[in-house]
Write a protein that binds this ligand. Structure first.
Ligand SMILES: [Zn+2]
Length: 370
């Protein structure tokens, strides 16, 4: 008996994360970019800047660029009106992207003394929760930079993160989980074998759901570089697919409209974005999900207890778990006499047997051998 990492027979989790959504984001741009992805059943995790600073950066429209003024996403009524129904229908989910996205990769905004940084984190989270009426669970640090202090604040606020694994392993407090993550990362690099924990890593109670691939404009300045980037995406995908991993593709909507044109200007980047999604869509048993769902699921799955008995294993969890998938060896059977919902048994292409369980809190599922 083996419990699979993802729900409902999924072999892999796949999510799209778009950063830099904020006061300046026109909903039409999101619509143009993601319409077909949403139609194919992909979810988009939008990482939203609560109080965007008009820095001298391409992610800010030319009319505001470099003015250093602050703008709350709350003031972008059209965007909120556009997103709210999609958030309710779980087509998109909301993550927190820093507070103002001010500073730079050398001096990130959250490199501040504890009190002020804690307040900014809190204020930003409150702005997003008020608008979207959802609990914010995942924090995306601008420029993927976190200090140990910010990490502790995130843990206090029960936030998880999404950033490059090696970056947070350098800048966060030491824990046993961190040591484990480090060993996994080294083992991964030596053996080139994927460990599930490399893309979903735990340090203290904070989970890191790290982006494994970045669909950034640099990869699409010529047909050759686009082909190379696509090849590297497929390599990452296959590795994670084989290892039951989790692939988060990071994206920036504004890169497709440089410099803030109404139409898509980075056509090659868009073409390969669609090609990437077609590729994923063509694979069986991929869980198309958002980052909030990943975090929620990993924590839920962690709470599942499998207790070894003389005649088999008892599986149970303190909370309701829907879609828990177990692989059964040829001599194992589920004793479903005491269950409220019958397990769904499925045969895999290789002849393996799987059962999908919908368990009520504390319900005991008895898997017997023989
Ligand atoms: Zn950003």
């Amino acid at each position: 008996m083996r419990i699979l990492p993802w729900p409902n027979l999924a072999q892999m989790a796949f999510a799209i994360r778009d950063d830099d959504i904020g006061f300046f984001t026109p909903p039409e741009k999101l619509q143009l970019l993601y319409e077909s992805a949403i139609r194919k059943g992909f979810k988009i995790s939008l990482s939203v800047i609560p109080m965007q600073k008009a820095t001298n950066d391409l992610s800010v429209p030319p009319a505001f660029r470099g003015k250093n003024t602050f703008h709350s996403v709350k003031e972008n009524k059209e965007l909120i009106e556009y997103l709210l129904p999609m958030v309710k229908e779980r087509v998109v989910d909301i993550l927190q992207h820093g507070y103002s996205h001010g500073g730079s990769s050398f001096t990130p905004e959250l490199l501040l003394n504890g009190r002020k940084m804690g307040r900014l984190l809190c204020d930003g989270k409150a702005i997003l929760e008020e608008i979207f009426d959802e609990e914010i669970k995942v924090f995306v640090p601008p420029w993927e930079f976190l200090t140990a202090k910010t990490w502790r604040e995130l843990a206090n606020k029960k936030l998880n993160v999404s950033m490059a694994t090696h970056k947070y392993l350098l800048g966060t407090p030491f824990t046993v989980d961190k040591l484990r993550a480090l060993i996994n990362l080294v083992a991964f690099n030596i053996t080139e074998q994927h460990c599930f924990t490399v893309e979903v890593t735990k340090v203290s109670d904070v989970l890191n759901v790290s982006p494994a691939y970045r669909h950034y404009i640099g990869g699409y300045d010529s047909r050759q570089s686009a082909d190379r980037t696509f090849w590297s995406f497929k390599t990452i995908f296959e590795k994670l697919y084989a290892g039951n991993g989790c692939l988060i593709a990071a994206n920036h909507y504004w890169e497709y409209f440089i410099d803030w044109e109404d139409r898509i200007t980075s056509k090659l980047q868009k073409k390969y974005f669609d090609q990437m999604l077609d590729f994923v869509d063509g694979k069986k048993h991929v869980w198309k999900c958002g980052l909030n769902e990943i975090v929620q699921w990993v924590k839920l799955r962690e709470s599942v207890i499998a207790e070894e008995k003389d005649d088999g294993v008892i599986v149970c969890a303190p909370q309701r778990v829907a879609g828990l998938t177990v692989w059964l060896s040829s001599c194992e059977h589920i004793d479903s006499r005491l269950l409220d919902t019958d397990p769904i048994e499925v045969e895999g292409t290789d002849g393996s047997r799987y059962a999908v369980l919908n368990m009520k809190p504390d319900e005991k599922v008895h898997i017997t051998h023989g």
